[in-house]
Ligand binder design. Structure first.
Ligand code: HEC
Ligand code: HEC
Ligand code: HEC
Ligand code: HEC
Length: 209
């Protein structure tokens, strides 16, 4: 995304400079190169301001897209913290994600799992009340999914967990994150490790359906 925006803005800037230099006829850049360059130099004032604007807009966009809030990950319906639960309280990942080794869709924990503890722990906390509301109305908590593989990819945790590949090698340091920072896995990421560990690289058979 950032690369697209940058490329597009820089192309626009270069086009504008060429158009100024050749007074609207880009062909002159080749037929009357010296004169075009001189014309650009004569207009260095406006060109300078144009470039400044482009840089400012780019800076704003980068700030907007890459600001800490976006790097932290999506806000969840209940501000659940992996750092607190899996880190500080050291609750095992499998307690909340028990099907991860068996199912293609490990899924996110149902609210019963939370209430198992939170019926007793900080039961009146406003966020925990929200859990009760989901439970009472039989609504699954609308957790926002943050890790993706493209749709045509078959990913299965089972083989990986059986080889004792740590959750962290794909999901990052979950135990130290409040909000999980998601990731759209690209094929290169899968292949890099498969190459290192010398496993199946025959992707059409193994990963793509
Ligand atoms: C080899 C990389 C890898 C490892 C190791 C790994 N995961 Fe994943 N995990 C993924 C990918 C890729 C997805 C996204 C799958 C999808 O969208 O179909 C995912 C998705 C998930 C999901 C969301 C599933 C859903 O239904 O939305 C959970 C929960 C999860 N992983 C937990 C774990 C836990 C716990 C461990 C360690 C025991 C672990 N993962 C280890 C790659 C990995
Ligand atoms: C094994 C027990 C256990 C389970 C299961 C559990 N929690 Fe917790 N949770 C805790 C403990 C312990 C605290 C810390 C309480 C305190 O601050 O005194 C806590 C705190 C919280 C807080 C308050 C954080 C804050 O900033 O004050 C929220 C919100 C929360 N949990 C949500 C959840 C959700 C959602 C689930 C289900 C996915 C869940 N918990 C499952 C033990 C658990
Ligand atoms: C107390 C319950 C609990 C524990 C313990 C727990 N998780 Fe989670 N996990 C959740 C909840 C709730 C979500 C959905 C909300 C979110 O993404 O923060 C989630 C989401 C995830 C996801 C994101 C899936 C997706 O695509 O959105 C991954 C990956 C994950 N957990 C991995 C782990 C790992 C690795 C551990 C152990 C270090 C762990 N979890 C421990 C409750 C738990
Ligand atoms: C950190 C290392 C690592 C990463 C990252 C990883 N894998 Fe793997 N993968 C392995 C290992 C090791 C095996 C072999 C397991 C075995 O021998 O049973 C494997 C096996 C597989 C298999 C079974 C291959 C077969 O022989 O049938 C598939 C499919 C697969 N991975 C898909 C993926 C996809 C898709 C991704 C990216 C989202 C991914 N893997 C990321 C290490 C990794």
């Amino acid at each position: 995304m950032e690369i697209l925006i940058t490329t597009f803005s820089l192309l626009t800037l270069v086009t504008a400079i060429v158009l100024i230099g050749t007074r609207g006829r880009p062909g002159r850049l080749f037929s009357q190169a010296a004169e075009s360059l001189r014309h650009m130099w004569d207009n260095r004032g406006p060109i300078f301001w144009l470039a400044t604007c482009v840089v400012l807009v780019l800076g704003f966009l980068f700030f907007f897209y890459a600001s800490p809030a976006t790097r932290v990950g999506a806000a969840q319906p209940i501000p659940f913290s992996h750092q607190l639960h899996a880190g500080v309280k050291a609750i095992d990942c499998r307690f909340c994600h028990p099907y991860v080794a068996r199912s293609i869709e490990p899924g996110l924990p149902p609210v019963e799992k939370c209430l198992y503890c939170h019926n007793y722990i900080i039961a009146n906390h406003p966020e925990i009340r929200k859990e009760h509301k989901y439970f009472d109305t039989n609504t699954p908590t609308p957790w926002i999914k943050v890790f993706y593989v493209p749709e045509h990819v078959m990913f299965n945790h089972q083989r990986h967990i059986r080889k004792e590949i740590a959750c962290e090698s794909c999901h990052g340091d979950v135990r130290r994150m409040d909000r999980l920072k998601g990731k759209r896995f690209k094929m290169g990421f899968c292949l890099e490790c498969h190459r290192k560990k010398q496993v199946n690289l025959d992707c059409w058979l193994a990963c793509h359906n």
